[in-house]
Design a binder for this molecule. Structure first.
Ligand code: MTE
Length: 315
């Protein structure tokens, strides 16, 4: 991102995808697992599991899921961006185990009628957990298909009763210099933001798990944002504060390089990053690049949010 465009993932880092790439096999597992409370991922090899503390989550499937082949569990959990734990793709899996994710509280504050602090267990009970299989596109040019577990952010926002003056939602993430980098790679804590209508959109997910289990630390445990039509950096990890605001909040990447990373950051093959094209992407596990889709393939659901806006200007 800021540093330099990384080379494509070396083939040595890509594990065989035969276990998880077949969507039908995945659904068959899900079908079996649902009744039993969804301990679905006993198929994940123990050595590939990031933490021994992951627990199975009961989920229902979602109509919003893509039917595309899943990216294998190992790539999803070892090829990460979580700069607080280092800028190498392998650093988060190596270092994020130091983060204590329970107990954990998420404060929802600002322009809300009922501001509230949620304990992580209360958060897990706030709304039914869904499995949402989403395409994810990183601004660096790679993409994955990830079976997230979570619920719409809208459920949380409605619970705190946003005031009419609340136009934006700001997300602030955990920062502990004792266990995270002290280097000013970005301004810490990592901050992100959405317009209120984007935050309330049914595709916007508050994720608490992936592959049927609680999130591994390197993927943003215990709670993170997932906004599938935007570049991956909008999906803030390990969130501690959600603030409803009147003004557009500052964001970590926009602060660091405003000419390169705008507030909206919608996936757009027609608007190049100043240093590289966004027209194609490499799906992790595939050799050939594929064309990038407008809004990452979610145009039918989200294009109307941006009607009348110049997306070259509001990148
Ligand atoms: N959240 C925090 N707190 N710190 C980060 O460095 N990186 C972002 C986003 N959320 C980041 C973050 C970027 S650049 C991407 S591409 C995604 O997380 C990566 O999510 P993943 O590692 O689960 O695929």
């Amino acid at each position: 991102m800021l540093i330099k465009r990384p080379p494509d993932i070396p083939s040595s880092e890509i594990t065989s995808r035969n276990l998880f790439e077949n969507r039908r096999a995945f659904l068959a597992r899900a079908g079996v697992g649902l009744a039993a409370g969804a301990a679905l991922w006993h198929g994940v090899p123990e050595a590939a599991r990031a933490t021994s503390t992951s627990t199975a989550l009961a989920t229902t499937p979602s109509a919003f899921s893509t039917t595309e082949a899943l990216t294998d569990y190992k790539s999803v959990t070892t090829y990460n961006n979580f700069y607080e734990f280092g800028t190498d793709k392998a650093d988060p899996a190596r270092n994020a185990g130091r983060m204590v994710v329970r107990p954990w509280t998420l404060r929802v504050e600002g322009l809300a009628g009922r501001p509230r602090t949620f304990d992580i267990d209360a958060l897990l009970r706030l709304a039914p957990l869904e499995e949402r299989i989403y395409r994810m596109r990183c601004v660096e040019g790679w993409s994955m298909v990830i079976p997230w577990v979570g619920f719409p952010l809208a459920a949380l926002l409605k619970d705190v009763d946003p005031l009419g003056s609340a136009k934006y939602v700001e997300f602030l993430t955990h920062y502990d210099p004792e266990i995270m980098t002290r280097r000013p790679v970005l301004e810490w804590p990592y901050g992100e933001g959405l317009r209120m209508d984007e935050a309330l959109h049914p595709l916007t997910l508050l994720a608490v798990g992936l592959y049927g289990e609680t999130l591994p630390n390197q993927n943003g445990a215990p709670v993170r944002l997932v906004v599938p039509w935007k570049y991956g950096f909008k999906s803030a990890k390990s969130i501690v504060t959600i603030r409803l605001t009147e003004k557009q909040p500052a964001t970590a990447w926009n602060r660091a390089a405003p000419q390169e990373y705008g507030f909206y950051s919608n996936v757009n093959p027609e608007v190049s990053h100043p240093r590289w094209s966004q027209a194609t992407e490499r799906r992790i596990g595939e050799l050939r690049r594929r064309p990038t889709l407008m809004f990452n393939g979610y145009a039918d659901q989200v294009a109307s949010l941006y009607q009348g806006m110049d997306l070259r200007k509001h990148y």
